[in-house]
Design a binder for this molecule. Structure first.
Ligand SMILES: Nc1ncnc2c1ncn2[C@@H]1O[C@H](COP(=O)(O)OP(=O)(O)OP(=O)(O)O)[C@@H](O)[C@H]1O
Ligand SMILES: CC(C)(CO)[C@@H](O)C(=O)[O-]
Ligand code: BAL
Length: 283
């Protein structure tokens, strides 16, 4: 089975007309490619609950706040189509940048509140780019369900906020983070790490899980975060952009009686890694 690649919106719409006429439930998995098992878990979830599954592959220039990061982002379309083949998706939508953003394109979607701290503070404009492209992809694919990974926890909340606020007729399905056996969350960017750096990178999830466990057992948040920071630094990370406990749903200050999330972004050998874990309420 080869993966049908569609590049033009008109062609996608022609398929969609037929699928919608049949009453098929359409699922979309938005990605930027360089597919790994994390993406494939989203595709499997989509296949399990939808009649038609569209995977989108678009390295969205508008969500990159650093031109260097955009230039270095892995682009592996042929391998991506191959890795998807056994999953038998209905379309791999790979639009050209001009299909997404014709010259006259002048609309940006900006979400306040949940998009402002953490990634929003460290990557100015990032979530405007994400929200704009995700809204476009929802409209282009006319998806009934969309699948997003919890690895990008803040992105998930931003997209959920947008869907609620704009009354978009799409159900967001969160999917758990897929990790290597040693605990590292799979990510397209971390494919750039050397084997040696990848081994050191495991300190990130280890520190997160240990801190989450310690907080749940009553250790103060400040002490738990200080220990986690020390562990990550000792492993050789160059910079910790943030490591914070936040309310799981709002990303406001964490409260003891509500689910919280410990979220981190840190640099190792020129690669920026993010991760997050749940911290259950203490009462
Ligand atoms: N390890 C993972 N487990 C579950 N979902 C994941 C994982 N990694 C990425 N995803 C999800 O896949 C979708 C597409 O993500 P994307 O293409 O940006 O890949 P990525 O691995 O997150 O890349 P990077 O973080 O390096 O940009 C997003 O919904 C993202 O949350
Ligand atoms: C959702 C997304 C595909 C939008 O470009 C991207 O932010 C990603 O891959 O997580
Ligand atoms: N996975 C989130 C997309 C980004 O880092 O731009």
């Amino acid at each position: 089975m080869t993966t049908p690649i569609i590049r033009r919106l008109d062609d996608l719409r022609a398929n969609l007309r037929e699928w919608k006429r049949n009453g098929d439930l359409v699922g979309v998995v938005p990605t930027m490619g360089a597919l790994h098992d994390g993406h494939l878990s989203l595709v499997r979830a989509a296949k399990a609950s939808c009649d038609r599954v569209i995977v989108t592959l678009f390295v969205n220039p508008r969500q990159f706040n650093s031109p260097e990061d955009f230039a270095k982002y892995p682009r592996t379309e042929i391998a991506d189509a191959e890795i998807l083949a056994p999953l038998d998706v209905d379309a791999l939508f790979v639009p050209h940048v001009a299909e997404m953003y014709p010259l006259a394109h002048a609309t940006t979607i900006s979400i306040s509140g949940v998009s402002e701290p953490l990634e929003g503070a460290h990557r100015p404009g990032h979530f405007d780019g994400v929200a704009t492209v995700v809204a476009l992809l929802f409209n282009m694919t006319q998806a009934d369900r969309a699948f997003f990974g919890e690895k990008d926890w803040q992105q998930l909340l931003v997209v959920q906020r947008m869907v609620t606020d704009l009354r978009l007729p799409v159900e967001i399905v969160p999917c758990p983070s897929i990790r290597t056996e040693s605990g590292l969350a799979l990510s397209s960017r971390n494919q750039r790490l050397s084997d040696q750096a990848r081994a050191r990178a495991v300190a990130l999830p280890e520190a997160l899980f240990e801190a989450a466990d310690a907080i749940a057992k009553g250790k103060t948040v400040d002490n738990a975060i200080a220990s986690a920071r020390a562990r990550i630094s000792i492993a050789g990370f160059d910079d910790i952009e943030y490591l914070e406990l936040r309310d799981s749903a709002t990303l406001g200050p964490a409260q003891a009686d509500r689910p919280a999330r410990l979220l981190v972004a840190a640099w190792l050998d020129g690669v920026r890694l993010i991760d997050n874990v749940a911290v259950p309420p203490s009462s």
